[in-house]
Every structure is written in C-alpha cells, then in structure tokens.
Design a protein around this ligand. Structure first.
Ligand SMILES: [Fe+2]
Length: 176
C-alpha cells in the first residue's frame, strides 16, 4: 500500500514538473512564465470577441475600411490565441479553455458594440492593445530571466504587431 502511494505521488510530481525540463528549461523559472501566458490568453479571448463585435456592428462612412481592418485584427488575434495556448502546452501546463475562466482572469472588459460609434470602436481596440502590450513587456522580462528564448521571441512578435497597429489605429482617429 505504501509503495503504491509513493509511486502515485512520484507519477503525479513527474507529470506536473518535468515537461519544461525536457526542453532544457528550469521548471521553477517557468512557473511564472506559464501563469502570465495563461493570463494573456484570457485577455486575448475577450479582446478577440470585442474586435469581432466591432467587425459585425460597425456602421457609417468608414464601414468598408473598418469592417476589413477589424477582420484582419481578429484573424491575427485568433492565430495568436492558438500559439499562446500551444506554447503553454509545450511548457507542460494546460491553457484556460472556458469562457468563465477568460472573463474571471481578464483585465480587459467586455463591451457591447451594438450601436457603438466607429471611432469609439477604434479607441476601444487601441486601449485593449495597450493593456496587452503592457502584459507582453512584463512577459519579455520574465522570459529573459528564465532563459526562455522561444517564448520571448514569440511574445516579441505579438507585441510588434500591436505596436504597429496601434499607430495605424491612432492615425485613423487622429490621436498622437
Ligand atoms: Fe465577416
């Protein structure tokens, strides 16, 4: 019986602690990385649905421009979400996968896009991106400390995409 219990504890520890080490990363350093990636994943889902809502509900003279731009942005967000979740799995943990978790863990709030002015939509997306960029800068520091170049490189790519797009969106609404 004792052997069985010890064996089970060993298997449990093995299952939960050895994956990062399999790709030469330190488990203890990766824990905060994975927690932050999961938090970013939650925020990205709320952001994704917001952009999708803007794509559906935009009205007015800029319809053709913004309908397309929002589609480009939510398509990119969808790819980002998948890459984030699969990086979490690569590091040996489970990504959040319910909307209940996304809403609970996200700093970004949902908004109702029905009847929202087109420029207010753009400003809402700029605000979301600022939050996501801030979170990504924190992850860049943590991953540098963990020697996790793979995650660092991936997050850097996501961040640069949004840096450029916030410039374009700010130009659209005439903000500096
Ligand atoms: Fe569409």
């Amino acid at each position: 019986m004792l052997i069985f219990v010890v064996q089970n504890i060993y298997l449990h520890l093995n299952k939960n602690t050895m994956k990062a080490e399999k790709i030469s990363l330190k488990e203890s350093k990766e824990k905060p990385v994975v927690d932050h990636l999961n938090e970013l994943l939650a925020n990205y889902h709320i952001h994704y649905q917001k952009v999708r809502g803007c794509h559906w509900n935009v009205k007015g003279k800029s319809f053709f421009t913004l309908h397309l731009k929002f589609e480009e942005l939510y398509t990119a967000a969808l790819t980002t979400i998948d890459e984030l979740a699969e990086r979490i799995l690569t590091l040996g943990k489970s990504p959040y996968s319910t909307f209940a978790d996304y809403i609970k863990k996200s700093k970004i709030n949902e908004i109702d896009t029905i009847g929202l002015k087109d420029t207010a939509m753009v400003k809402a997306i700029i605000e979301d991106m600022a939050v996501l960029i801030k979170m990504e800068r924190d992850i860049l520091e943590i991953t540098a400390d963990a020697g996790d170049d793979g995650t660092n490189d991936m997050i850097n790519r996501f961040m640069q995409f949004k840096e450029k797009n916030t410039w374009m969106l700010r130009s659209f609404v005439n903000e500096d």
